[in-house]
Write a protein that binds this ligand. Structure first.
Ligand SMILES: [Fe+2]
Ligand SMILES: [Fe+2]
Length: 278
């Protein structure tokens, strides 16, 4: 009990919505700020079920993408229409995207955040592949003869950090991926049924496991994570009952299934939800 109180105290100032860094994050980088808040909600729910250090997880989730404050327009959640990456080479995009981890760490170190929280932020993409730009680069190389293709392509397009070293860190990684993919699927109207939500959670975790990012988790922990995330997604994305007196005003309401985002410029290759670009 004392331990929980101490952790609460330790993270109280950082988890306060009025913390100056959070306020700056919200003002300069709204899309990423909202994403971090949503990740924190998912991660906190999972953390409670697994009896983890919830205050630590929440803190890391709130700030995990704070580094995007340096160049918000390069990240999809802050874009509206134009995709700046359409005019860049995949390797340039990779460097711009992947640097947000080091930028987040620098900002948190400068602001004297606790070291165990900074480690979670540093590991939130582990050594995973920046798949979207990797696939674009592979596609571009297909025109070259075999001997001219880069044999180190996959290594080049990976984040250069350690895979999650703690269960808290693995939970943050999973929730980060689930939140971003869920948003993309929902925008396409593909996250309605229980089955679709189950598939999202299972495929996300399986992909991260195949990429050797989740070795720290036991089978039992993985099962609890899947069950909890399914419950939370159901509570967030449940179907609403439309009452008779609302039908007149909202008969065309598609709020549960928003239309795809408008695009003012055609992208070179639209990312699939599972190829999220951060
Ligand atoms: Fe990130
Ligand atoms: Fe994120």
């Amino acid at each position: 009990m004392t331990e929980i109180t101490n952790e609460k105290e330790k993270y109280k100032i950082y988890n306060d919505p009025a913390h100056p860094l959070l306020a700056e994050f919200m003002a300069k980088c709204k899309g990423s700020y909202k994403h971090c808040q949503d990740v924190a909600y998912l991660a906190e729910s999972v953390g409670r079920k697994l009896n983890l250090n919830v205050e630590l997880i929440k803190c890391a989730a709130f700030y995990h993408d704070i580094g995007k404050i340096i160049n918000p327009e390069f990240f999809s959640e802050n874009q509206s229409g134009l995709n700046i990456h359409d005019d860049l080479k995949p390797i340039v995009s990779y460097h711009i995207i992947s640097r947000h981890v080091a930028d987040s760490v620098s900002i948190l170190v400068e602001n004297d955040f606790p070291i165990d929280m900074i480690k979670l932020v540093q590991q939130h993409h582990g050594s995973s592949l920046v798949r979207h730009f990797y696939l674009l680069a592979v596609k571009a190389e297909e025109t070259l003869p075999e001997e001219k293709r880069d044999p180190f392509m996959e290594i080049k397009y990976r984040y250069k950090h350690k895979a999650p070293q703690t269960v808290e860190s693995a939970v943050l990684m999973i929730c980060d991926n689930i939140e971003a993919t869920a948003k993309a699927l929902r925008a396409d109207g593909k996250l309605v049924s229980d089955e679709q939500k189950k598939i999202l959670i299972k495929t996300t975790i399986d992909r991260l496991k195949e990429d050797i990012q989740l070795d720290i988790l036991t089978v039992g922990q993985e099962r609890i994570i899947i069950e909890t995330l399914l419950d939370v997604l159901n509570s967030i994305y449940h179907s609403r009952t439309l009452y008779a007196d609302q039908v007149g005003d909202y008969s065309d309401d598609q709020s549960e299934v928003p239309p795809p985002a408008k695009q003012t410029k055609k992208s070179k290759a639209s990312p699939k939800p599972e190829d999220k670009i951060d």
